[in-house]
Design a protein around this ligand. Structure first.
Ligand code: B4P
Length: 190
């Protein structure tokens, strides 16, 4: 299995790039944000528990997120590899992912970070908020809270993956196709 973690700030383009990469490399795409939004829309028990955190731009608690992630991975026992989009987002999630992958004789091959300036990303999210219906994209204060969550809880993961020699930063500004090429160059060299 070739497991890739797509890493980046909110709006960095993880979901956008995943759509292309999953086809190109025949990977299973798991977006924790999408799975949560599916549960919100269908008003499941998980959705009810996650809604309050997501609408505020806070991270959903680790225990809930990790259980959901493992359930998703287990739905694809014969996959070539997983493209993790939006997971892990805390150190505890990174450790849980490593433990889980080890238990199925697998590992993270690379963490690819899409890098871009906050102000550009905030504009992208506000733009998407005009049509997405996502409450967390519509209010600048909530968006800024998502960046604060990222800086406090997610940014430390860079050191975690750097220490393992698995961290690959990529310039996230440019056309979507240009960025796909940059990410592909990393995957092709693994
Ligand atoms: P996510 O759904 O993961 O959302 P995201 O950070 O907004 O998006 P992404 O980086 O995928 O950006 P996208 O491609 O869509 O998370 C939402 C919430 O779910 C979190 O705040 C949290 O509450 C919860 N959650 C999810 N995972 C969790 C976890 N592991 N632990 C706890 N909580 C969790 O792109 C954004 C916009 O930019 C789009 O409009 C796109 O068209 C545009 N764009 C993309 N690439 C571009 C480019 N190159 N140029 C111009 N625009 C571009």
């Amino acid at each position: 299995m070739t497991n890739i973690v797509l890493f980046g700030k909110p709006g960095a383009g993880k979901g956008t790039q995943a759509e292309f990469l999953k086809e190109k490399y025949k990977l299973t795409h798991i977006s924790t944000g999408d799975v949560f939004r599916f549960n919100l829309k269908n008003d499941t028990e998980l959705g009810k528990q996650a809604r309050v955190f997501m609408d505020a731009g806070d991270l959903v608690p680790d225990e809930l997120t990790t259980k959901m992630l493992i359930d998703e991975v287990n739905k694809h026992p014969n996959t070539n590899g997983i493209l993790f989009d939006g997971y892990p987002r805390t150190l505890s999630q990174s450790v849980a992912l490593d433990e889980f992958l080890t238990s199925i004789n697998s590992k993270v091959a690379a963490t690819i970070a899409l890098e871009a300036d906050d102000e550009i990303l905030i504009q992208r999210l506000l733009e998407r908020g005009k049509t997405s219906g996502r409450i967390d994209d519509q209010d600048e204060e909530k968006i800024r809270n998502r960046y604060q969550e990222y800086n406090e809880k997610t940014a430390p993961l860079m050191d975690y993956y750097k220490a393992q020699g698995k961290f690959f930063p990529v310039n996230g500004i440019g056309s979507i196709a240009e960025i796909t090429d940059r990410v592909s160059a990393v995957i092709d060299n693994l």
